[in-house]
Unconditional design. Structure first.
Length: 323
């Protein structure tokens, strides 16, 4: 490459840098981003899919390129992104399954090695619901009931490794109580079983349970987030209700393939922060029972590392597996 040509390319990158645009190196002639970006997530119509489409719609004008959503089931979504180019044009938006699945079954990837966090996108808090027949109106009272009659209370879950399964097992471990596990095909069936008193405890999202609290068909005792949720601000946290340090829910993150250049990651993180701070995005998330989070790549990486360690300990102690 001639000196004059190299100088022109470097000049383009200097000008682009002033506009927060990244030029990967002298082998590239176009700044990032210069083409369509795809975000891979899970099944169409799911909570994650809805959140991802809000993000994609908001990022398109911000990045100046089309941002589309591609749906792939669970592990396939992760694998698709890991095998994509390390250039910031294929991203992953998924929940805690990214770092929990490898703890419970054999997979071909290591999320800590093969993915780079961009930011935490949102949190879908889980609430602790009980059947009104259970003689407990607080978490402390529920723990006392469970300890007085070990093995007599059942909890419903949506499947091995599901967020409500892990939340209930964490509650058992931290409270030192014995609960029987009853598996269902989905959260809706678990909640129906709770209202029929076939199970007495279910961790679930606000929309599936809160409406039934007002009618007296269910009782809500606490929320699994670290602070009260705006979805139900009067409901206390598990930590403040007798289980210090408890945190369980579905945290949604954004990742790029490992070794994606740091300036690309930083650009995406900055744009995502703008998106997640937007009032209309927060409102759309809340209507889907999720709360916008945000933060830097380093903050996301630290959270994921700490959360993964917590679940690794529980999975080992309770011998939890996905068949």
């Amino acid at each position: 490459m001639g000196a004059a040509m190299l100088s022109r390319k470097l000049a383009v990158c200097v000008i682009a840098a002033s506009a927060s645009t990244f030029c990967p190196g002298p082998g590239y002639t176009q700044p990032y981003p210069h083409k369509l970006i795809r975000i891979v997530t899970t099944d169409t119509g799911s909570n994650l899919d809805i959140v991802t489409r809000v993000v994609a719609q908001s990022l398109t004008p911000s990045l100046g390129q089309p941002v589309i959503v591609q749906n792939r089931a669970g592990v396939l979504a992760i694998d698709t992104v890991i095998k994509a180019g390390q250039d910031g044009y294929t991203l992953l938006v998924l929940g805690t399954a990214v770092w929990i699945i490898p703890l419970m079954q054999k997979v071909t990837f290591d999320p800590m090695r093969d993915l780079t966090p961009v930011t935490l996108v949102a949190n879908a808090p889980l609430f602790l619901f009980t059947h009104p027949s259970v003689p407990a109106k607080t978490v402390r009272e529920l723990i006392a009931v469970a300890k007085a009659s070990p093995g007599t209370l059942n909890y419903g879950m949506a499947g091995a490794g599901a967020s409500n399964h892990l939340a209930a097992e964490l509650f058992k471990s931290m409270a030192g109580i014995d609960l029987l596990r009853i598996a269902y095909k989905g959260s809706g069936q678990a909640m129906a079983a709770l209202m029929a008193n076939q199970v007495q405890i279910v961790f679930s999202s606000a929309p599936t349970g809160i409406p039934h609290v007002a009618t007296g068909r269910l009782r809500v005792l606490a929320v699994g987030s670290t602070k009260p949720s705006v979805l139900a601000p009067d409901v206390p946290t598990m930590a403040a209700s007798g289980v210090p340090g408890f945190e369980a829910g579905s945290t949604i993150g954004m990742w790029a393939p490992a070794h994606t250049p740091k300036p690309v990651i930083d650009r995406l993180a900055n744009e995502m922060q703008r998106v997640l701070n937007a009032a209309d995005v927060k409102e759309k998330f809340l209507s889907n029972a999720t709360e916008a989070v945000g933060g830097t790549p380093a903050e996301a990486a630290a959270y994921i590392k700490n959360d993964s360690a917590k679940w690794r300990k529980l999975v080992k102690e309770a011998d939890l597996r996905i068949d």
